[in-house]
Write a protein that binds this ligand. Sequence first.
Ligand code: NPQ
Ligand code: MG
Length: 369
Amino acid sequence: MKIESAELLRLEVPLVAPFRTSFGTQTRRDVLLLHLVTAEAEGWAECVAMEDPLYSSEYTEAAHRVIADHLLPRLFGIPDLTAAGVAPALAGVRGHRMAKAAVEAAVLDAQLRAAGLSLGEYLGATQPQVVSGVSVGIHDSLESLLGTVAGYLADGYARIKLKIEPGWDLEPVAATRREFGDIPLQVDANAAYTRSHARHLARLDEFGLLLIEQPFDEEDIAAHAELSRIVTTPVCLDESIVSARAAFDAIRAGACSVVNIKPGRVGGYLEARRVHDVCAAAGVGVWAGGMLETGIGRAANLALAALPGFTLPSDISGSARYFAQDITEPFEPVDGRIAVPAGPGIGVSPLPEALATCTVRRESVPVPS
Ligand code: NPQ
Ligand code: MG
């Protein structure tokens, strides 16, 4: 396979409601899509970087530029390009994992569409559906939080994740338990705490949470290991796990007993599968994270989340959780599960009208002849 043309698309998609985390309040998704054309098939991928470098150091505009100026040029001219060859060809560029993940995913989609194979089949998916959970932002009051959670439970979501930060932790968890009883419940701090909060976080133990996700800085593996020794709630890492090696080292350090897998954060679906394999070998459960993807990223995440080691409910929600209008046929949970697409590649494509509505910029990346 050889890349014949490449285009980057930027979309502005409004969120149905503001989403507040410890790193700020988002009201829209600044989406970066990559569209590749080869002689055999086209490939689509979504880059999960967010508009500002708040979740991680990557951000959309930087990912856009590094893909156009540094990543794609290293692939142009490779005549027998496959997804497995992408990471080695890009290894000279340091970092930029979310950008690299999008490039590899677009090549993989084209390769699989050409072969008539679904991403789930390619990755080794064993589950026809994925258990769908939902991530709930920080609210201004307990009353409004409980109203939001009630709505998601009525929508059939099988697990609730509450975003927490200092000043918004024990009370929202206690209120949610009081109101809804023994539902599957977990929390995510997006690195808002420091080691000095360890004793405070141990007070979450009485609520029987599935896990506490990334309380401390992404580079502070030692603090997570220390917390793991004093709490009974399983500690899960998200931001810290940037590769299969990082997962191996964090597990060995005793920093986590659960791992959130996001293909963008680790540099692609192939590395994400290696994270899954490392965790499975260590007896560490994994689950699929989410980055407010449109249907393009969501479809691919579903395929990965159907691997056998994904034993905890995912952060893959229905399209309507985030968007009034998705850019693909919308995904919808049925009885708390979302079906894994079965068609070739990621199994979905952008709907031209929906894409036209939210596209704000396009850049063709010239392929040298
Ligand atoms: C997490 N995701 O697990 C992330 C954080 C997150 C579903 O909680 C725009 C783009 C807004 C990416 C908000 C969930 C975002 C974003 C939150 C990622 O840590
Ligand atoms: Mg997280």
